[in-house]
Design a protein around this ligand. Sequence first.
Ligand code: AMP
Ligand code: ZN
Ligand code: FE
Ligand code: FE
Length: 290
Amino acid sequence: MRIDLHTHTRASDGTQSPTELVEAAVAAGLDVLGLTDHDTAEGWAEAERAADAAGLRLVRGMEISTKLDGRGVHLLAYLPDPTYPPLVALLDKVLDGRSSRVPAVLERLHALGIELTAHDVHRVSGDAAASGRPHIADALVAAGVVRDRDEAFRRFLNPGMPAYVDRYAAPLRDTIRAVAEAGGVSVIAHAWGRRTARIPDEAALAELADLGLAGLEVDHQDHDASQREALRGIARDLDLVVTGSSDHHGTGKVDHELACNTTAPQELERLLDLAAAARRTSGRDAPEPL
Ligand code: AMP
Ligand code: ZN
Ligand code: FE
Ligand code: FE
């Protein structure tokens, strides 16, 4: 049984439609696929139809942009009711923050002599719930300024680079609570990804576990072997579920092929048991697919 619990489509910043993603997952030999677009459930219905047709098990989720003590933390939420009003309000605020930053980024690019319009960005963001930095990167590629997304981030869009603009992210603790109230479970994505500091540290993770955090994404391309080993030990100490996933974005992110990291079946089972418990406690449920 092969399980990949973190992937993106064009509903956020992946390059595949939900149907194309499901087909690619089957071709990659996956049995279970987690769909976790940034801050939206927009892709769920189409992915569910495609997964049913293909005999693939879909775990509906989303990756929410949050902040803890001023640092960005991506929170994977599995099986929340996406119509629960406080969760909807929280996601709308994040999506608004992402889209409304676009003009400020374009102004900074303009100051660098690069002329890009909001229309150029919307043209490439297509079906996405909001236009993010990856779409601005795609517009820079389309304009011939850079070769790929990675170059756009390295030269312009990463923190510290001249066109970087910060945006709103939801408070992490509030988000964990809203996900639980919506009948879902929370897993911290790439917990120590691309940082040298091992933050959140064990004490912070213990506090989050007390608040209802269910798991840690340990096996991820952003973690080296020693980070994975340390995170696995913390998960064991705190009785957190351990997941592994590709964070696939189609062709939007290199070195994140489907199934490059996977989740053990017994860990998925624990996660789904916790989701069932959250569903019972909250009385809420991710609605049945159409
Ligand atoms: P935003 O949420 O609009 O600030 O955009 C951040 C998203 O851009 C992240 O969640 C990643 O999925 C994506 N991203 C970050 N760095 C890169 C990169 N070097 N290449 C492609 N995508 C990236
Ligand atoms: Zn992304
Ligand atoms: Fe992420
Ligand atoms: Fe992701």
